[in-house]
Design a protein around this ligand. Structure first.
Ligand code: NDP
Length: 301
């Protein structure tokens, strides 16, 4: 059997960001509106800093306004709530993301619930979670939205396909299940208590791995020709690169899986780049909804 098609998330995301940039330009020219995204970062976690910087850079590149709020690690819950409330009422801000994880003194749930659901571009507020389940217009979490977009691009109509999602987190597994159900897939959500996981996975036309365990899903767990989306990001030792070196791998044993699958996302360069692009997409959608207008059509290049 031929090797799987590699799904190039990096170029897919670049295309999506370019398209969003053109739509933002139309919005500006036609309505004088500039979508604004506020990123709130509490503390100095290096991974979060890199991630927020990258979000801000891509927001600006898409022609949107980027509002940064950097707060000290000992910021109180009350102070953070005051900032979130100010952003909720700021008409120049259409999307708010509070970078997680938050320091221990802060109740993460209370902060997520304080964000105006109309500006909740991470899709974590219970109102958006409920709307997604009800099949209503929701802002859905960015990572699964990106996965669903790539699946539709690769496979077209997903109706009737067996989708197996390994992982049931609130940010990936559960919303992924809802998005694929909305695409008329027959959805199975597997997790740490699932019996005979390899057999469950072998039934999948679409296999989404969101576990957080390096290379756990083996080649012989995959149905020949299946489309595999690997959400996992795991850092492992890479002695072949030198002493003390590491590399990133997914939850799928890529070298084996690529021999069996029909299409597969690599790690890095698969799902990861789509997440921020979908954050910009959610901000554009949120901005248009708040202004009571349709998202402009792509005017093309
Ligand atoms: P969580 O730790 O919140 O959830 C992991 C899920 O995997 C849980 O539902 C857990 O089951 C399940 N699980 C754990 N071990 C097993 C096992 N041995 N067999 C079957 N299921 C198992 O992780 P996230 O959903 O937040 O993230 C998953 C991965 O995706 C991580 O590697 C993370 O870094 C990555 N990620 C990547 C993003 C991107 O942009 N590319 C964005 C978000 C996450 P149970 O519920 O029973 O405990």
């Amino acid at each position: 059997m031929a090797e799987a098609r590699i799904i190039d998330g990096k170029s897919f995301a670049a295309g999506l960001r370019a398209r969003i940039g053109r739509q933002v330009a139309v919005l500006k020219a036609r309505h004088g509106i500039i979508p604004g995204l506020a990123a709130v970062l509490v503390g100095d976690d290096p991974a979060s800093q890199v991630y927020v910087r990258s979000k801000e850079k891509q927001t600006a590149e898409a022609g949107m306004a980027s509002v940064g709020r950097r707060l000290a690690a000992d910021t109180s819950q009350e102070a953070l709530l005051t900032i979130v409330n100010a952003l909720n009422t700021d008409p120049a801000v259409h999307g708010i993301l509070v970078q997680l994880p938050l320091p221990d003194q802060i109740d993460t749930r209370a902060i997520i619930e304080a964000v105006d659901p109309a500006k909740d571009v991470d899709g974590f507020h219970p109102i958006n979670v409920g709307r997604l389940v009800n099949g209503e217009d929701a802002l859905a979490p960015c990572t699964p939205v990106g996965c669903a977009m790539m699946l539709k691009d690769v496979l077209g109509d997903l109706s009737g396909l067996n989708a197996v999602i390994v992982g049931r987190s609130t940010i990936v597994g559960k919303p992924m299940a809802q998005l694929l159900l909305a695409e008329n897939c027959t959805v199975t959500v597997a997790h740490s208590r699932t019996r005979d996981l390899p057999a469950v996975c072998r039934n999948a036309d679409i296999l989404v791995a969101a576990v957080g365990r390096a290379q756990m899903i083996k080649g012989d767990w995959i149905k020949p020709g299946a489309t595999v989306i690997d959400v996992g990001i795991n850092r492992i030792e890479a002695p072949e690169k030198g002493v003390g070196k590491t590399r990133l791998v997914g939850d799928v044993a890529f070298d084996e899986a690529v021999q069996v699958a029909g299409a597969i996302t690599p790690v890095p360069g698969g799902v990861g780049p789509m997440t921020i692009a979908c954050l910009l997409q959610n901000t554009l959608v949120a901005c248009c909804r708040q202004n009571g207008i349709d998202v402009p059509d792509d005017p093309g290049e």
